[in-house]
Design a binder for this molecule. Structure first.
Ligand SMILES: [Zn+2]
Length: 93
């Protein structure tokens, strides 16, 4: 059975329509934070085991950016929300 992601705009769609674009929990450093903080932000990534949030782009659908909360061990998807609406407070986090 194909894995499905429930896009808030398009409904349940196969995961192949989406592109994973990285950790949604990263905080951008201040412009004057220093080279080490910027190096970490640009090049270093955690490899979490378990539940975490990622940016996904519905590149073959509505082309909206989503925040997908999933488990890296079981691949279970626990939630999908529109990234822009979440940041504007339009959807519960
Ligand atoms: Zn969509």
């Amino acid at each position: 059975m194909a894995s499905l992601i429930s896009c808030p705009h398009c409904g349940a769609r196969p995961k192949e329509e989406f592109s994973i674009r990285g950790d949604a929990g990263l905080a951008r450093p201040a412009p004057d934070a220093g080279a080490e903080a910027w190096f970490d932000y640009v090049y270093l990534r955690d490899n979490p085991r378990g539940r975490h949030s990622e940016y996904w782009h519905h590149s073959s659908g509505c082309r909206r950016w989503l925040i997908v909360e999933r488990d890296t061990v079981t691949h279970a998807v626990h939630g999908v929300r529109d990234a822009a609406l979440s940041k504007l407070g339009g959807e519960p986090a």
